[in-house]
Design a protein around this ligand. Sequence first.
Ligand code: NDP
Ligand code: MG
Ligand code: MG
Length: 341
Amino acid sequence: MAELYYEQDADLSIIQGKKVAIVGYGSQGHAHAQNLRDSGVEVHVALRDGSKSIAKAEEDGFTVQNVADATAWADVIMILAPDQHQRGIYNDEIKPNLTEGKALAFAHGFNIRFGYIQAPEGVDVILIAPKAPGHTVRREYVAGRGIPDIIAVEVDATGGAWDLAKSYAKGIGGTRAGVIKTTFTEETETDLFGEQAVLCGGTSHLVQYGFEVLTEAGYQPEIAYFEVLHELKLIVDLMWEGGIAKQRWSISDTAEYGDYVSGPRVITPEVKESMKAVLADIQSGAFATRFIADQDNGAVEFKELRAKEESHPIETTGKELRALFSWSGASADKDYVDGSA
Ligand code: NDP
Ligand code: MG
Ligand code: MG
């Protein structure tokens, strides 16, 4: 059984005694900064000169510094800029100001696992990864709850890295829910696999194929949208509450029987073999190399793929439908349309 930590296992006063710089004020950044501040921690937000995020962080009452100055000021530097930019930020701004006894923190192990960042001797390297999008991390904290975190220590230079990681997790609300001990390698590889094979890659393409099959067979796109996308949330909510078993308990016998006989026709053993190949590319570093090479090349492939996927017909149908229904409306699309955090 995994090792778990709760409120009584973590000492909040450790992080309360540190100066914390949060690099980046996006999805995770705003949530960590605000949750830590509400937990009585001294936080500065670190952003590049001319950053679009400066106004937002200042509006939220934070002292904003450039990354070099914030690193020099802070005891704990949590890097919450996008993974592909972390190496550059680290080399140019953080590394020259990272002195012995400080801690470098991450919410995803990508740059440490694949060797893009190597901390100097004497610096703790810790991971506090909330298992939710940043906006949920903040919303749950405000509601008095928390999001489960997973934490790890790559380098324990001071001897206090684990206690610091637990304390940080408590500061953002993680120990209210439960915190699981992991390693940078396990977090990075399982996180990438989960999002590629199941959560994001697997689900998105399953939904798209389902929509295509129904509409190509002549059914109305609006009906297809409901059947393969809208209801997915309701099914996933049941799985989240009580596992696949609760979902199967709640659906009709017809649906349950169809699950057993048709599910394996769609998700065949070859799919499992493909998943293993995806995992192998993650473990070997092939995925990381491809991602970073494309990012360094101006993200040409990434932008092409994004444009292609955005033009899938299910997006047009969904947008029109969501605007018409009271459960959603235009506000549901607002966050990502205007890019506001
Ligand atoms: P975002 O894309 O939301 O981060 C954007 C922020 O980073 C903005 O404030 C942006 O500022 C800033 N930024 C971008 N480039 C630079 C730069 N060169 N120097 C300084 N700041 C910069 O990131 P996420 O919150 O999605 O991800 C942050 C980390 O958290 C990643 O390691 C990710 O894997 C991890 N994570 C993310 C989750 C999520 O919910 N999204 C879930 C769990 C972990 P500007 O306005 O200047 O562009
Ligand atoms: Mg994840
Ligand atoms: Mg991830």
